[in-house]
Design a protein around this ligand. Structure first.
Ligand SMILES: [Ca+2]
Ligand SMILES: [Ca+2]
Length: 411
């Protein structure tokens, strides 16, 4: 039997990437309409999604032994789209700007070490090339701080040394979460990018993602690998709650995806890349740690890195932030919904509640947003290193290309 595999998102999976746990009919979706209205009404009432306790890893690799989805966790894109009328925030940049707080270039309080002040403002959110990043719309964001770079192994090690925290990938697995898997195979670990020896079809991610017992932030490629010499690389193999725990310890929080995108754009308007109009301007070196070569078997490493790169290896964006494109995906606080831009608020949006999270590729599996793409992104397979592109991941899952950075509000 194959070893257990946590349910996990991978680098920008196309629609065929993950087999849905259960294929649910539209009749079931229709039956949820009342629940949809209730969920979104609550969303509107609270005005934001209060992060709930992240779920434990739920699944093994076979769709047949995944937990069945809970019907109440799914809202159809169609139903959600019909609720756009509930959003009565102003929709012009001028009206939004008038309501944004902390817009001065100087922060109202001392900037925490390692963070960058992002003055409040408005930006055009979304990307016309990604269906779930539409419709593009003007969004207002209050001023806030965000980490200059992804949280590094050095930083995460300081957190663990101070608190004794154990990440999800290091904890014993609960047999109840992996029905049908023999107990002797229930070993803690995480999924590691493992390139195949030759070209493979891109419709099955298990050809390059391998569940690796012992893989965790301390051992990014599994037992025998180490972060020694990689202290300034981004920490990986972190589930959402691992990122959240660090942020809480540091007196910070995870950014909303609106904050993240606003920061990633660096003051540019509607540009497809965080540095401008072209992926690789003529005569320019690569401007982000992504993938060059034939994915997933040949990585030419033209940018100098086959896997993670030390943070700050590439030029910063207009706000002085590093690796807002590529290197590792970054957890955001929002729950994911493909139609979020149709009905989420326009002033400091923070996504739907967990109840309303929906991924059409895995109905019934609530997911958190991830942003920025990773060292595995390539125009052959994944172009989600663009600032408007969205990713998502099951909160209890970790992988060798997912990390995070923190944000902080004015108090
Ligand atoms: Ca690279
Ligand atoms: Ca990144």
């Amino acid at each position: 039997m194959n070893p257990p595999v946590r349910r996990s998102r991978v680098s920008s999976p196309p629609p065929t990437d993950l087999q849905p746990s259960v294929r649910r009919g539209w009749s079931i979706v229709a039956g949820l309409a009342t629940l949809v209205l209730c969920a979104v009404a609550v969303w509107r009432l609270v005005g934001s999604s209060e992060p709930s306790k992240s779920s434990r890893p739920l699944v093994s690799g076979s769709p047949t032994n995944r937990h069945p989805p809970s019907p109440e966790t799914a809202i159809s894109p169609h139903a959600a789209g019909n609720l756009s009328r509930l959003n009565d925030d102003p929709d012009t940049p001028e009206a939004l700007r008038a309501r944004v707080r902390f817009t001065t270039s100087m922060p109202p309080q001392t900037t925490p070490e390692g963070m960058v002040w992002i003055p409040g403002g408005v930006f055009l959110q979304g990307d016309p090339d990604f269906p779930d990043a539409q419709p593009r719309r003007w969004v207002g964001v209050d001023g806030f701080w965000i980490d200059q770079h992804e949280v590094t192994n050095r930083q995460y090690a300081a957190f663990v040394a101070a608190t004794g925290y154990q990440t999800v990938a290091e904890r014993p697995l609960d047999p109840r979460d992996f029905p049908g898997v023999p107990p002797d195979q229930l070993q803690p670990g995480s999924i590691v990018f493992t390139p195949p020896s030759g070209p493979v079809p891109l419709d099955n991610v298990t050809r390059w993602w391998i569940y690796t017992p012992g893989a965790c932030w301390r051992h990014p490629e599994g037992p025998g690998s180490t972060i020694e010499g990689r202290e300034d690389h981004p920490a990986v193999h972190l589930a959402y709650e691992d990122a959240e725990a660090y942020a809480r310890w540091a007196g910070k929080r995870l950014p909303t995806e609106a904050e993240w995108e606003y920061a990633a754009r660096g003051g540019l308007v509607s540009q497809p890349f965080v540095w401008g109009a072209e992926l690789k301007p003529e005569g320019s070196p690569w401007l982000a740690n992504i993938w060059q070569g034939h994915f997933p078997n040949e990585n030419s490493q033209e940018d100098g890195f086959a896997r993670t790169a030390p943070v700050k290896s590439f030029p910063p964006n207009g706000f002085g932030l590093y690796d807002m494109a590529g290197n590792v995906w970054e957890w955001c606080a929002d729950w994911y919904h493909p139609n979020a831009y149709q009905f989420d608020r326009r002033l400091n949006p923070s996504g739907p509640p967990r109840l309303a999270s929906f991924d059409p590729m895995e109905p019934g599996v609530p997911k958190r947003v991830q942003r920025g793409g990773s060292f595995l992104c390539t125009d052959q397979y994944c172009t989600r290193y663009r600032p408007g592109a969205r990713g998502k991941g099951e909160p209890g899952s970790a992988a060798s290309h997912v990390g995070f950075r923190c944000a902080r509000s004015v108090e």
